[in-house]
Design a protein. Sequence first.
Length: 362
Amino acid sequence: MEELRYAIALNCLRGVGPTAALQLYRHYGSARAVFEARHEAEGKLRTALADWSDALKRAEAELEFCQRHAIRVLPLAHEDYPALLRECNDPPLVLFYKGTADLNKIHIVSVVGTRRISEYGKTICQKFCQELQDLLPDCLIVSGLAYGVDIHSHRAALANGLETVGVLAHGLDTIYPSLHRDTAKQMTTHGGLLTEYLTGTNADKGNFVRRNRIVAGIASATVIVESAAHGGALITADLAQGYGREVFAFPGRVGDQFSEGCNALIRDNKAALVTSAADVAHALRWVTETERPKAVQRQLFPDLSELQQRICTLLQTRDDFGINQIAIALNTPVKNIASDLSFMEMIGLVKLLPGGRYKLMR
């Protein structure tokens, strides 16, 4: 408990930034050792290390909060601190963790992307987690609990029985955005919530950028689902690449705003193109080629008409057909197609997407 108190306090000292705190911790081997050697420092650092009283009081208050709320405090040397993250050149000195998942699992994948997720992106999140469950049911999905790809990845993981951890840009005394509170609560018993920030820390813009290094560093691979030409997901991809981790991206349609980033990563050889969880697992050598799941022909509803069966078969090939395109492909009048599509939408077999495109749902 003493070491935890000094580790938090070292993080709170005025005049000692995170880089200096990490260097001191690594040099002396523990936060308590830094405190004991505080008079060895020189210049401004000696002044900053001279008085720990306020920092230690702040640390005591944080530890009391953590004890009340079943939050674990993991300093850098703790055996449960994420080993992959510790290998990075800029890991957090202390992590606060509320959850049940092992942060040192063999199979950890970070999934990130735009906050303005499309139906295509939602489908990828769901399909990716479903396939991972089939291939690697012990896989841990990490993301940032933000809008868009983050929250859909967390929810897809939960829906498919995978553990998932959210990396926060604030303390564990709050959840941002508040709309994700229910999902976050589920995650504490089927994954967890992780942060480097103390209670009372606001979700400031800069914190989101800094937390991206945890998302990138904690996993063996980072997967980009959808991203515009600029954004936090691309920052995470750069960080992961800098840490020597694998980066993967799902390609998108040329011209789609929120596929520009993924397509650029692939074009510039900054990410490997993937179309499934099997591609990722195989590239990481988590499964062999013979363990890849075989493609399964969709079992169509036996009570559908011949035309409805043909529509289903066509929509299996891609999910962006408009009604005119379907009519042309099947050489059938639009009025016949419209009637059957209305019926198929009513029974939940197809979904009408923005732009008048149809998607096969099951």
